[in-house]
Design a protein around this ligand. Sequence first.
Ligand code: NAD
Length: 266
Amino acid sequence: MSKILDGKKLNTEISLDLERKIKKLKVKPRLAIIQIGSVAESTVYIKRKIAFGEKIGAKVEHIKLPSKTKKSELSSIISKLNSDKSVHGIIVQLPLPKHINPNEILNSIDEKKRVDGGKYFLPATTLGILTLLERYKINISGKKVVVIGRSELVGKPTALAMINRGATVTVCHSQTKDLKKETKQADILVVAVGKARLITKNHVSRNQVVIDVGINATADGKLVGDVDFKNVSKIVRVITPVPGGVGPMTVASLFENLLEAYYLQL
Ligand code: NAD
């Protein structure tokens, strides 16, 4: 059985640290979360962010807009939040309705308030993965890292962050010819696809570290990752569970970024 990286436990540790720091601040850090439409998963993720924010003493404002909201209306809300000095962080919960281009919208957020990526901050999921590896003393430098998934929010920034930390990185995606051949060679395998149990025991080898970013709902309402945890965990050295791995790290990392954004705007 592999060693399990406990994202839930680390989430609690980070929350206590943030709570201690925020207690000392007169003006509390404030995060605005914009949700357009009512994708059920987004609502669940936002609830978790609000709960974590409340726990650490930050302020979280949930701005809910109908799915038919025009791009111009959304832009004007972002522009108001950009110039509002009481707001330190802004996130737009993805996915957006098809008529709104996510890149254009994300790029319109003031960089100092863009706490889920951009010029100053790593996206929360990428930071969460790096923190998880760091706290469990798993080195990245010199390692062969394989990232599956090339999305703007998860796959690409995670691959880039791994390169910047000295890894040799391969990025696989839907057009990769021989996925098993690539994944088997990894020291650290990061899976961010969104397909339940895509990675089976035939994709992995001994001594690997497997980071499962995927969150998928099964027909019976359970949450599972992209990795067949039951069988893969019998082979690899280290693995993250779903739930309880990268998910709670993403939430904690978002608020670490928020506090950094707060300091940046002092
Ligand atoms: P996305 O749909 O934007 O990207 C998926 C990527 O997977 C694409 O690059 C695609 O090329 C690749 N892909 C699709 N089928 C493939 C296949 N058969 N083989 C190899 N690659 C394939 O998704 P995303 O936003 O990057 O999210 C990925 C997953 O991570 C989802 O399940 C999402 O819910 C989850 N997620 C989790 C967290 C967290 O905190 N744990 C945060 C963000 C996203």
